[in-house]
Structure formats: C-alpha cells, structure tokens
Design a protein around this ligand. Sequence first.
Ligand SMILES: C[S@@+](CC[C@H](N)C(=O)[O-])C[C@H]1O[C@@H](n2cnc3c(N)ncnc32)[C@H](O)[C@@H]1O
Length: 237
Amino acid sequence: VSPGTAYGLGVGPGDPELITLKALKLLQRCPVIAYPAPETGDSLARRIVASHLAGRRPIEYAIRMPMEAARFPAEAVYDRAAAELGAHLAAGRDVAVLCQGDPFFYGSFMYLFARLATRFTVTVVPGVSSLTACAAMLHWPLASRDDVLSVIPATLPEADLAARLAAIDAAAIIKLGRHLPKVRRVLAALGLADKARYIERATLPEQAIRPLDAVADDAAPYFATVLVHRRGGAVVP
Ligand SMILES: C[S@@+](CC[C@H](N)C(=O)[O-])C[C@H]1O[C@@H](n2cnc3c(N)ncnc32)[C@H](O)[C@@H]1O
C-alpha cells in the first residue's frame, strides 16, 4: 500500500466557524484524527471540530501531555504519538492532526511534524490564530505603520519579561494562566497597565473580556492573552 499523508490542520481559535474550508474538507475525509489533550480532561482542538464530525466515526488518538511550558517538549509523548500515527500512515491511512489556532504558531504539532516529516508526506494547513482572533474580539488592532509586534510568553522570568516589554511598540502576551500576577506587576511598573487589554477563551461561548485589574490573581486560564500597545492603540498617532 502507498503510505497515507499526515495533515496538520489549523482548526482556529475556538469558534467552529473559524476553520478554513481546506481544513474542514480534510477533517471530514481523514479516517484517523489525532489531537493534543491535557493529561486529564478534554481537548480544545477536538471540541472545536465536534459539530463538524457529527455522524462520522474516525479512529481517534488523544495525544495527552502536560500543558505546563516548563515541561515541554515532552519527548516521550511525541515519540509514542509519532510511532502510533506512523503505523496508520504506513498502513495507507491519512491522519489529520488537529491544531488549535495555527499549527506553526507556538503549536505542539511542530514536535510531531519534526518526527513524521522525515518519513511521510506531511501537509500543514494554516489556521486562524488566536493572535488575530483576540485582536478582532477586543476591537484592538495589533499594529500599524512601523510598529514592531512582539509575541511574549508570560512564562518568562519576571526580569526577562520586564526587559522585553520595556522595548515594545505592540505585544501579545500569551500563556497567561498562573503567570497573570507577574505580568500585571511588570506592566504596572512600566506604565503600560492602562494600555493593555485582557481576553480569555476568545471566540468560544465562554469568551470573557475584562479590565486587566478585574481578573483575580488565580483566575486567568491558560487560554488567555493580553494585548498591549505603547501608544494605547495602533490607531493612536
Ligand atoms: C501554545 S499557544 C498556541 C497558540 C495557537 N497555536 C494559535 O495559533 O493560536 C497557546 C496560547 O495561545 C493563546 N490562546 C490560544 N487560544 C486562545 C483563545 N481562544 N483566547 C485567548 N488566548 C488564546 C493563549 O495565550 C495560550 O496560552
């Protein structure tokens, strides 16, 4: 048999309608789907496509891994997933790997890609990223003119975060979760607190937009982002 193709499918930030036609068509014809999931609990990527899989029964494989950045990359998890999915591909079955947002924007799919692309045909289908989805939901254009847009993981040590944010025109701070208090301290110290906007679970039914100082220290989920613009907005002269 000729080997199957692996697809890294960007499924968008949360709203099931924010999936591309290309990803949707591939999703609905691949006999095997795989998706990252926390060690316990549901996969956001799987949830996003649930309505698109109604009446279909693909073979499913949850790639369970810790969501904590410090423990990335979980080599053994990806080795095992690559072996399992590789067996499907070798048997001629196409595999769709669901990627929340875009596969290559901080997506864990890249670790699987690195393992599969040496042996199989892999197609990466870009998706609507949370970066642009958060901007749209917040009515907060990301950057204009000569602005440099920085993407900064909140997981950085406080001093690094401060050094990075001190130099920004515009920034997206991702991977918030328990790092929110640290991010708030740094933004306040730099005089950027009132130029920042907070959003969690953008485009999902549970989406919440709150003033940054209204979120309790331990209340930010992992799927939360802060956008900052030094001028107080990309359209501010
Ligand atoms: C590992 S990155 C993956 C990003 C994803 N590949 C993408 O293109 O959006 C995860 C981070 O993206 C941000 N994020 C993803 N989805 C989000 C959403 N629906 N709302 C707000 N932030 C989100 C959060 O900061 C989260 O910690």
